[in-house]
Design a protein around this ligand. Sequence first.
Ligand code: ADP
Length: 410
Amino acid sequence: MFSNVRWRIALWFVGLSTAAYVIPTLLALFLFYSNLTAAIDSELNGFIASFGHAINVENGKPVLRDWARIVQTTPAHSLVTYQLFDKDGHILETHFPTGIPTLFKDAQEVSENGVTMRTRMTPLKEKDKIVGYLQVQLPTKARDEAVDQLALVTAMFAPVVLLGLGWSSYLVSEKATVQIRRSLDLLRQFIADASHELNTPLSVVQAAHESLLRLVEPTGLGSAELEASESALERMEKMLEDLTLLATMETPDAAGTTERLDLTAVLHGVINEFRPKFEQKEVQLALATEVTAPVDGHRTALERLFANLIENAFRYTDSGGSVKVSTGKDSHYVSVSIIDSGIGIPNESLPKIFDRFYRVDESRSRASGGSGLGLSIAIAIAHSHGGDIEAHSELGKGSTFKVTLPIDTT
Ligand code: ADP
């Protein structure tokens, strides 16, 4: 149970750390990308501003004047492309790298033949009439490579950071749960000790009760009261026994050594014990399918698990009904379903039936001898064997309790 809690804490921590790593990283990448893009754009705006005036209009068409000045002022190996277009968007001149020779009036970033360029244009006017356009372009290759590199570095660091965080959170979760574990161990020990200690006075009271019974039986005096106290004593005995067992089952490794068991044989044994009871009540009891699957477990504990479920099916199924025990398996688990045609369990009670002392209907359950611990014991046994129990039920139609246990593959 606690290794589960530890893993859950660690997984939560890793999940949150992943979010805490991934979200700022994506944000940083986005900001890096935006800043580099803004830098390209401001460069392009600068080019437009400085060369916009170096245009002459000849025969109604723009020409780039002062070519020598542009060449002088443009850094060597410049990546910037200058393009002149006429007013209809036909290219007239291109200087430096070719770029993408199309006039882009609206677009800011364009791709062609695997090359992506940021692009800016400005209309060239003579007497308030557009005579052409100056367009400048810069490739985004350097920006894209820088962003890719940053993404690669953060992705490379991610497993290291996350593994580190995961491992440290697993260690921290040990510290976080140690106090809770101690308290629960104390509580478990207290329940086990208290139930054990209560056994002594209980047996004294039982013995006194029997003597009293023998004394007053011939007189017939107080027989109703004695009967009531006898059944209360029996219930108390059963409850103490159940509490001790529950405390034992919930203590790791306290249940003793395990053995390789044939589950079908275990089920046959339990069913045979119940058969006379079922016949008497006229409830059918059948082992419907049989699979052979070895299970590593404690025989008495597993017998108790199935006995509790069959006992419940018996208790809550009226005469004329049926209880079917069916088995199945997949590659890792063997399952045993106890299916009854009994009174069923209301939907709102289903999530609580495995809680200690929970009873759907207090009076009905008590009348039928239940302590409210049967299912808590059953699920504690299933968990201690690495298995689980699922309950499905329909009120008035019946219930199914499906136990899954890992197959022993050794
Ligand atoms: P109890 O000893 O009272 O039967 P359990 O822990 O075994 O306690 O079961 C808890 C409650 O779940 C029971 O009081 C009963 O109301 C309900 N329950 C368990 N099994 C069945 C079943 N097969 N059919 C109907 N109700 C059931």
